[in-house]
Ligand binder design. Sequence first.
Ligand code: CP
Length: 307
Amino acid sequence: MRSVIDVPDLSLQELQQLMDTAEDIIARPAAYSECCRGKKLATLFFEPSTRTRLSFEAAMYELGGNVLSVTGAGTSSAAKGESVADTAKTVSCYADIIAMRHPKEGAALVAARNASVPVINAGDGGHCHPTQTLADLLTIRREKGRLDGLTVGLCGDLKFGRTVHSLITAMSRYEGLRFVLISPEELKLPSYVKNDCLKRKNIPYIQTTDLEQVIGDLDILYMTRVQRERFFNEEDYLRLKDSYILTPEKMKKGRADLCVMHPLPRVNEISVAVDEDPRACYFKQVLNGKYMRMALILMLLKEAGRL
Ligand code: CP
């Protein structure tokens, strides 16, 4: 059974197809409004979410399907000690496809190995978040017209930020990319991402702590929240949480065609005043995420022979 747990589960060609389908859904939404009639998506969210869960659910409704939802570990039998494997086997009896978020790295993979329907990883701990990457890729392609030859700055919590890990994994497959990794020393990109995605492929990158020094070089600035829920120590979080705050003043140093992205939720790292700047693309990302999730649901249900 085909599931999507991490970005490499999708080939470059499939990424392109998903983006093309999303564009077609945007252009002709009525043509898709009955595609999933009679089908059910189960959203199993054992960790908080606004965008990912609601966009999966909106995606399924806009495809004409239905949704079963678990929100929070405390409201399901996980609270009684049920394993992820048993949950996946059980939900497979009710739903045609599962989207799961879990605080533990690898939980979605365990679910996929035990489910008899496709499983989509909607974020597993600090590991990865492939459908956020789908939203990010469509946003970059729509805003910049391409995914090759870009200088991509990623700023903030590069250690725990799973959206960053997935985006670098995806973007490192395109040509002519250059990465600028901006973080405090304690929140640098994990070595496994650096080694697997950047060093092994000889992709140029620099690491810096200074956003203002590099902002003028960037095509994309991907801001991230310091991930409070992944810290072992509240004092460290409080010390690091406001390391970077993007303000209109700092935006003056960015290029006229800079694209500012953020997976959201935002805390302080982008001043609300930046929202008025035409280079702010983070709410476009939110909408693009719904269309990409529609495209992914369609692809997986078709492959599973359920459409
Ligand atoms: N970007 C993202 O995953 O947002 P939520 O946590 O609100 O789903």
